[in-house]
Design a protein around this ligand. Structure first.
Ligand code: ASP
Ligand code: MG
Length: 425
């Protein structure tokens, strides 16, 4: 008998039919002798619908008082799901009880709409489990020290589930979703993309931060910090498939030390169209200039991703960086108003039609020539690279958005990702 956490995403909870199927699947695990904590998302589309209602009444909520209400509104989606799922379980003859984040409680800080979990008190949940019940806990929400309802950011139910699994020392956290695992890249772009039987935690962290939407990045951070075994698998298999088959399906996130198999050099390709590039041309090259440009951007709470500064000519240099596309207009305005006058830069250029494509693999640590193979592949396709950034286990390039799919396909092929046990460097 093991303690297992199941998480079901919005599509898996999308209708009463789907919820019944989730209940049947959970009941199967209970009958096999396991203790189950289940963390569902809101029914698909529900969080968007709720936030849409809020937007009708206040188009751009900014202060804490308004953000507090957004969380109060958005959290109701999960509140409905847990009640429905507990009811569906009871209808299957399984004892079940539902809790909102505040009832557990799942304690968070007070950063509305992007709160962080600080502590989970598991006493109540443990006593229910000991009494033979399935415990159904809302994803996405918690409660701050002053008793306000908070939410964890879009996609936050993944994080709730992994955090509950960590707090309770669960044997495994199974994330049921509408895809059957983590792929080498998005199969909608590359039909030959392959499901990975396992992926290292560090690679998953990079993939999540670079644009793969399978797991919320914070959930991956939690998994790494507390060494929670996490598996991503499909909730669209028949609910009554044999449990040992189900337990081996999908993609397991592993920790490097556990990894005995030969590692692929590149495991996956991530991409993201959410960024925009900004260049400040002809800035005087003197100490403090990077701070003078990026300080005001950071003070405005705008996240900066890739940064490049050129070598200088005649005492002047060019400075480029990327921000989220949602922040593009605001950043340009800020630079025009503050940075251009204060630095005496010659010109400001912006480009929102870019994308970032990245290759990820822990094998890059021990193999040379991986990045150059990437650059060669792109050059053979006639794709110009605008910016490059690297870490130990990834190389990202910023290119024109219109070449994104071409680049992803060419790289997938060049690194032979369609074939298992790839060791091509
Ligand atoms: N319901 C929330 C959202 O749509 C949280 C989640 O689904 O993980 O973002
Ligand atoms: Mg999700």
């Amino acid at each position: 008998m093991a303690l297992i956490v199941h998480k079901y995403g919005g599509t898996s909870m999308g209708s009463t039919e789907r919820i019944r199927s989730v209940a049947q699947r959970v009941a199967k695990w209970v009958r096999a002798g396991h203790q189950l904590v289940v963390v569902p998302s809101a029914m698909s589309g529900e969080t968007n619908r709720l936030l849409g209602l809020a937007k009708d009444l206040m188009p751009s909520p900014g202060d804490a008082a308004a953000l507090r209400e957004l969380d109060a509104i958005a959290a109701t989606g999960e509140q409905v799901s847990v009640g429905l799922l507990a009811l569906a379980l009871q209808a299957q003859g399984v004892q079940a009880v539902s809790y909102g984040g505040w009832q557990v409680p799942i304690q968070t800080d007070s950063a509305y709409t992007k709160a962080r979990i600080s502590r989970i008190d598991d006493a109540r949940v443990r006593s229910d489990l000991a009494a033979g019940k399935v415990v159904v806990i809302t994803g996405f929400q918690g409660i701050d020290p002053a008793g306000n309802v908070t939410t964890l950011g879009r996609g936050g139910s993944d994080t709730s589930a992994v955090a509950v699994a960590a707090a309770m020392n669960a044997a495994e956290c199974l994330i049921y979703t509408d895809v059957d695992g983590v792929y080498t890249t998005d199969p909608r772009i590359v039909p030959e993309a392959r499901r990975l039987a396992s992926i290292s935690f560090e690679e998953m962290l990079e993939m999540a931060s670079l644009g793969s939407k399978v797991l919320q990045i914070r959930s991956v951070e939690f998994a790494g910090k507390y060494r929670v075994p996490v598996r991503v698998l499909s909730s669209f298999t028949p609910w009554d498939i044999p449990i040992d088959e189900e337990a081996r399906s999908g993609t397991l996130i592993t920790f490097e030390e556990d990894e005995k198999m030969e590692q692929a050099i590149v495991s996956g390709i991530a991409f993201n169209r959410d960024e925009a590039k900004i260049s400040v041309i002809g800035v005087p090259d003197r100490p403090g200039i990077a701070y003078q440009i990026l300080g005001p951007v950071a003070d405005a709470n705008i996240d900066i991703d890739v940064i490049i500064q050129n070598v200088s000519h005649d005492g002047r240099t060019d400075f480029s960086f990327t921000v989220h596309r949602n922040d593009y207009a605001r950043t340009m305005d800020l630079l025009k108003a503050q940075v251009m006058p204060s630095t005496g830069a010659a010109e400001l250029r912006g480009d929102a039609k870019i994308c970032k494509v990245s290759i990820v693999g822990i094998g890059m640590r021990s193999h040379v020539g991986v990045a150059s193979r990437m650059f060669r592949t792109l050059s053979e396709e006639g794709i110009n690279i605008q910016m490059i950034t690297t870490s130990e286990i990834k190389t990202s390039v910023v290119i024109d958005e219109k070449y994104m799919e071409l680049a992803v396909r060419a790289l997938h092929k060049a690194f032979e990702l369609e074939q298992p046990a790839n060791t091509v460097g």
